[in-house]
Ligand binder design. Structure first.
Ligand SMILES: [Mn+2]
Length: 282
């Protein structure tokens, strides 16, 4: 089955629809979509994006990892965070089944893994620790997911309220959903690096890991194609005021031994259909 990897949608449900129609035309029903997180927020249709993706996930036609904007939505829904003026996921929180959405979201993974050709790979919203091998990465994510998706919502709330300096699972959750910079020791920041060497994946690449990574989250960087790495956030929701936004999918070619090699031209781009950009730039 063809895998289609998709960068940050952020409520741009119309562009998502264009992309899924293109997938239908190209592969009939013989494809699965891997969503790299941040389906919601900043754009106009968070609820619609979730409604489109959930049946795909539940029928085994999609994988979906949480991003920082889903965490904001979960925290707001659980009463741990006040809505921010820049949030646009009120459609989810005001819906009749808001509680069900929050419960569904907090049971989503922060990591998905599989194999492409001969290459193991991971999909995560933002980053991984540069020293994590594949098993450490999986173990780290599983520990977080056990708590975030616990049958007892208080367990999830405790994790979300925790100080990353005191709770290693919270630190892992924050790193995997929001980091852009990191050094070789793994110290990280959500801020953009001052130099190429400061990007989270620079130290990760130097470590020579055998797995590939698909990620999103970094709209200002744009499409990132490097050995072992595919960064897919091309800022659809930031379109306007001099910035070109688009929704990007990676369609790795079947039968290739290393899909994560370069050069690679197997991408689809759906240009933003609206001028979304307002005051904020995140
Ligand atoms: Mn993000």
């Amino acid at each position: 089955m063809q895998k289609i990897f998709l960068g940050d949608v952020q409520g741009c449900a119309e562009e998502l629809e264009v992309l899924l129609q293109r997938a239908d035309a190209a592969f009939d029903a013989d494809y699965e979509v891997w969503f790299a997180g941040d389906l919601v927020n900043r754009g106009p249709w968070s609820l619609r994006a979730l409604q489109r993706v959930r049946p795909l996930v539940e029928s085994g036609r999609a994988r979906y990892v949480l991003g920082n904007h889903e965490l904001k939505l979960i925290e707001t829904g659980l009463g741990l965070r006040a809505p921010h003026p820049s949030d646009t996921f009120g459609d989810v929180l005001r819906s009749a089944d808001a509680t069900d959405w929050i419960e569904w979201l907090r049971r989503r993974p922060i990591l998905e893994t599989a194999q492409l050709g001969e290459r193991k790979f991971a999909m995560v919203h933002a980053s991984v620790h540069p020293r994590w091998d594949f098993e450490t990465l999986r173990r780290s994510a599983a520990s977080v997911q056990d708590r975030l998706g616990s049958a007892n919502p208080e367990v999830a709330k405790h994790l979300l309220r925790a100080d990353p300096a005191q709770d290693s699972d919270k630190e892992i959750l924050a790193r995997m959903t929001s980091a852009r910079s990191a050094n070789s020791d793994g110290k990280w920041s959500k801020e953009e690096p001052n130099s190429p060497e400061g990007a989270w994946y620079f130290a990760w690449r130097k470590a020579g890991h055998d797995y590939g990574i698909v990620y999103g989250h970094w709209a200002r960087q744009g499409l990132h194609v490097a050995p072992g790495l595919r960064g897919l956030d091309t800022g659809c929701v930031h379109h306007g005021r001099g910035r070109e936004g688009r929704l990007t999918a990676w369609i790795p070619e079947a039968g290739v031994s290393d899909c994560f090699a370069v050069p690679d031209t197997h991408f689809w781009h759906v240009p933003a259909l609206h001028c979304y950009r307002r005051e904020r730039d995140e």
